[in-house]
Design a binder for this molecule. Sequence first.
Ligand SMILES: Cc1cc2nc3c(=O)[nH]c(=O)nc-3n(C[C@H](O)[C@H](O)[C@H](O)COP(=O)(O)OP(=O)(O)OC[C@H]3O[C@@H](n4cnc5c(N)ncnc54)[C@H](O)[C@@H]3O)c2cc1C
Length: 345
Amino acid sequence: MTVAPFKVHTEVILSDAHTVVEKLVTHLKEHEFLPTSREENCITYDTEYGILRLKKTNNTVSVHLETQTEANQWILQQFAARHLEELSSEPLKIVWHGHQISTSLPPNARVMCFVQQEQITPTCIRITLAGEDLAFLTTEGLHFRLFSPKNRVRAPIWPSIQDDGTTKWARGEDELSNRVFTIRYISTTHLTFDLITHPTGEAIDWIKNVQPDDEVLVTGPGGGYFPPSDKWLLMGGDETALPALARILENLPTDAAGHVVIETAGLESRVSINHPENVKLEWVDKDSAPKNALLDRLCAISPPDNTPAYGWFAGEFFQAQTMRKHFKSFLDKKQQLSVAYWTAT
Ligand SMILES: Cc1cc2nc3c(=O)[nH]c(=O)nc-3n(C[C@H](O)[C@H](O)[C@H](O)COP(=O)(O)OP(=O)(O)OC[C@H]3O[C@@H](n4cnc5c(N)ncnc54)[C@H](O)[C@@H]3O)c2cc1C
């Protein structure tokens, strides 16, 4: 067993400790995240970032974290603190014991500068950011989180790690906008991503007003990894998934096989993607195809007999739910990933 070098814990006084922990377990279950072990008052999760253990007494919840990296420690600290704060009916005092993070900025965060934007299709703006020491983003993670000031007139205040291990985030007028995007191209100094335009939104406001050298904060990687290339891949998504699908397809080995369906608004929004010969790439035009054509096409495709398959989908919340249900009707739940990238309001 690998010994985790980073171990921190906190004890949070909570009058409704039992209820808060049960709400948290239920919430995680709704996101298909189940405990690896559960004893009467101790619940353990083995996450992709490390071990998260919750212990409850009548009026205390203690949270123990064990991780391999500082960055993963910070991610789990944020995850635990945010959920306890959201699920509790009272203000909480959280102090992390044993924390060793010596930087002021979170370990998986970099301040970067906006360099340029280019309209690459009628619905897609390609954005380049520059920074230093981005090696931590060049791993298998597909996505990153972009933090930008909501109010351009005020200088951004970035999050800072306090002596007690908590992270202080700007509030009120200095609160940061934060949205998730897919890394399209990454080097140790530059990050490129594609923003699919829609009528309104904080990310849309940001791109309309941003100027060269304006600062943003980037954290990551997170929120999904490359699917297993040794399985027959049934993948699809709407235009917000196009950057992720393009990156996945371009990184597949030449002997990979599968079928991919991508929906765009109009033929001009299709882009050229290098993909293995045995992965069929099919496009659906949202403007001219019948409603639900993307899901109908994907649901009509079956993997070849006796071939281990993997299902991958990203798009609007309702579509993602439908596809998750469909994948689970013929694949093991670990052999599929269906994620909501945005929610129609
Ligand atoms: C893991 C992950 C990866 C993602 N990668 C990308 C990416 O590479 N490129 C990309 O463009 N998006 C991507 N998204 C989606 C992106 O985060 C959302 O579209 C986000 O809501 C946009 O923020 P906003 O501030 O512009 O809009 P919001 O403030 O979130 O929403 C404002 C309004 O716009 C609507 N809206 C939001 N997004 C869309 C949309 N795409 N189409 C139509 N209406 C919309 C909402 O329903 C709401 O009414 C990704 C999401 C996830 C979770």
